[in-house]
Design a protein around this ligand. Structure first.
Ligand SMILES: [Zn+2]
Length: 249
């Protein structure tokens, strides 16, 4: 009964639309299609009034996480700044690339040959924390829970991205262990497939040395990356690190 009522109502509604003639329908179709094409082309291509502006937007747009619209906003913002402010901005970028150094011991980004952490007498030089990049060093330092030194690999083993062990600072880590003063290596790598692959590879390479190999406790969500973990969780996971052998079984 209810079904029939609904059918009648539907037919009524369709019947009400009968005033739309085939010609009108065709016109509506062309109207909507042209609007769709116009909006698509507007958002896909930007028409610049200046080649220099276009060039700057293109360069900013190459940065990770910056789309063309954001790039345009940044460039227009820079244009509004004073000459001095823009010179400071470009100078900082030029200096960064020309003068930045990588610590020759741990490969962390530094201003000098040996970074502050490696040259500090207050740090425990018998414990090395192995991390992917400088962002992880910053995240762990922010916890104030770790007193050892670091070793920055410069990435993770990722066959999909064509990154193999030879592309990372693994040989340099082995060299540090050969010196014989290291007692513990903490593998603080992301809980991702690449992180786990790298941990397993490092374990195979380091297990014959007389050092304790541990991984940070995985209170961190699986698939989580270190830089996004809050300081308390990251600090606790370093403090409660576990020997790696137990994980391998
Ligand atoms: Zn260093």
């Amino acid at each position: 009964m209810a079904k029939q009522e609904r059918l009648v109502k539907m037919r009524g509604a369709i019947g009400d639309l009968s005033f739309i003639t085939p010609r009108k329908r065709l016109l509506t179709f062309f109207f909507l299609t042209s609007h769709f094409l116009f909006l698509t082309s507007y958002f896909c291509t930007m028409h610049f009034s200046s080649r220099l502006l276009e060039q700057a937007v293109e360069e900013f747009g190459r940065l990770p996480g910056v789309g063309k619209k954001t790039a345009l906003r940044l460039v227009l913002h820079l244009l509004k700044q004073s000459d001095g402010e823009v010179s400071r901005f470009t100078g900082a970028i030029n200096q960064l690339k020309e003068q930045i150094k990588y610590c020759k011991t741990c490969f962390n980004i530094a201003d000098v040959e040996v970074c502050e952490i490696c040259s500090s007498a207050k740090r425990d030089h018998e414990t090395i924390c192995v991390v992917e990049d400088t962002r992880d060093v910053m995240a762990i330092e922010n916890t104030n829970q770790y007193q050892g030194v670091y070793h920055v690999l410069g990435g993770l083993i990722s066959p999909m991205d064509g990154i193999g062990p030879a592309d990372l600072k693994i040989e340099a880590l082995i060299e540090r262990l050969r010196a014989g003063t290291i007692k513990e290596v903490i593998l603080a790598l992301s809980a991702t497939m690449e992180g786990d692959t790298t941990i397993f590879y490092l374990y195979r390479k380091l297990k014959d040395f007389d050092v304790q190999i541990s991984t940070i406790a995985r209170g961190i969500a699986f698939g989580g990356e270190l830089e996004y973990v809050d300081e308390v969780t990251l600090g606790r996971s370093i403090a409660t690190r576990v020997p790696y052998e137990r994980n391998v079984g």
